[in-house]
Design a binder for this molecule. Structure first.
Ligand SMILES: Cc1ncc(C[n+]2csc(CCOP(=O)(O)OP(=O)(O)O)c2C)c(N)n1
Ligand SMILES: [Mg+2]
Length: 395
């Protein structure tokens, strides 16, 4: 599915406002808004476990490629801006950035619809955008303002957008996995023709709850797709130090799995389309997305003490997801370098405007401290740890 929040956009991008092309492009062999099928080979073949892998030949269009470029550029800019706001102390607390991993969120969204559910860990800003969230909601939430997607009370790790099928935003490593399988249970119970994508990291892949949840998902043939975003580090620990087998796609044993180049948005789209069809018919499957985060684990981690600068710049040069799409767009003569640069400028402008708006948003009122914590009317009592302090009954 092409992202469609701003369906009027030339490129079908959900994230950038319509970008108007210069007249020059209309004389090119492929118009950037063309919806004619283009056939492209994925970067590397899929590796599979207990299943036939999908074809490496992917169908796309000029319009879809342009929307991928737009969306990933916007996300990259948003994350860089969040880094600056954090350093300026306008964002406080935890903040985990997703730059480098954009193709996973964008490729997945291209294969599913908003009735499919997505749930992830704390590296959640870009997934929220994909699910229909806005930049103003992102920056307001990051800065603890009322207009944030969690009313300024969740912060970076707790983005949420139920109306777009996005169930967060979870700070406890691995805790979202049983929740995601629960969502898939709901879909099967209600006979919905939809699936749940549960994302977790390579670090989380070593947790017991993954295997417990997978067991039930397989036993009951739930439409649960477990997506291991393997960025090769869990905080400062490299995968080889924490995982006996880093072949995460195989670790479901009885559940089929697929290893995917998570830096290739078209490979991600192909794999997610395959996974959705498989899960609706046969139950759970694991997708391992081979990806990379450019930033450190969180803002307190410079990200350069446990890996070399050469490693990071090597990935940027060889595997960057945005550069891959840029090359494809240029090779197919869909757009020019200048036009792609203009899109990057436009993304910068939109991010700046959203930050300015978010700064105008107020902080939540102190009277809202306990709202949206417990269901209303339960009469829940809150008290201090030693139970001697003043008790309050929450609304
Ligand atoms: C249960 C639990 N244990 C430890 C932590 C601290 N912690 C936060 S993130 C993290 C690493 C997780 O790495 P990974 O799953 O690979 O995800 P990534 O950050 O790479 O996206 C750890 C250990 C936590 N939040 N929750
Ligand atoms: Mg990781």
């Amino acid at each position: 599915m092409a992202l469609s929040r701003f369906s009027s956009s030339q490129f079908g991008s959900t994230l950038l406002k319509p970008y108007f092309l210069s007249s020059a492009i209309r004389h090119r062999s492929i118009s950037s808004s063309s919806t004619e099928t283009l056939t492209v080979e994925t970067s590397i073949p899929f590796t599979s476990h207990n299943c036939e892998p999908p074809s490496t030949t992917v169908q796309t269009t000029a319009s879809e490629l342009m929307s991928f470029f737009n969306d990933m550029v916007l996300m990259r800019r948003m994350e860089i801006a969040a880094d600056s706001l954090y350093k300026a102390k306008l964002i406080r607390g935890f903040c985990h950035l997703y730059d480098g991993q954009e193709a996973v969120a964008v490729g997945m969204e291209a294969a599913i619809n908003r009735k499919d559910c997505v749930i992830t860990a704390y590296r959640d800003h870009c997934t929220f955008l994909c699910r229909g969230g806005t930049l103003v909601e992102v920056f307001s939430e990051l800065m603890g303002r009322k207009d944030g997607c969690s009313k300024g009370k969740g912060g970076s790790m707790h983005f949420y957008r139920k109306e777009g099928g996005f169930y967060g935003g979870h700070g406890i490593v691995g805790a979202q996995i049983p929740l995601g399988v629960g969502l898939a249970f709901g879909q099967k119970y209600n006979k919905d023709p939809n699936v749940t994508f549960t994302l977790y990291g390579d670090g989380a892949a070593n947790q017991g709850q993954l295997f417990e949840a997978l067991n039930i998902a397989a036993l009951w043939d739930l439409p649960a797709i477990l997506v291991c975003e393997n960025n090769h580090y869990g905080m400062g620990t490299a995968e080889w130090r924490s995982a006996k087998s880093p072949a995460y796609y195989k670790r479901g044993d009885y559940a089929p799995g697929l290893k995917v180049d998570g830096m290739d948005v078209l490979a991600v789209k192909q794999a997610c389309k395959f996974a959705k069809e498989h899960a609706l018919k046969n139950g759970p499957l694991i997708l391992e997305m081979d990806t990379y985060r450019y930033h450190g684990h969180s803002m307190s981690d410079p990200g350069s003490t446990y890996r070399t600068r050469d490693e990071i710049s090597g990935v940027r040069q060889e595997r960057d997801p945005i550069e891959r799409v840029r090359k494809l767009v240029l090779a197919h003569d869909i757009s020019t370098e200048k036009e792609l640069k203009d899109i990057e400028k436009e993304a910068r402008k939109q991010v700046d405007e959203a930050i300015a708006k978010a700064k105008e948003s107020q902080m939540p009122d102190p009277s809202d401290l306990f709202t949206n914590v417990y269901v209303k009317g339960l009469g829940v009592e809150a008290c201090g740890a030693d139970r001697k302090e003043v008790k309050a009954t929450l609304p």
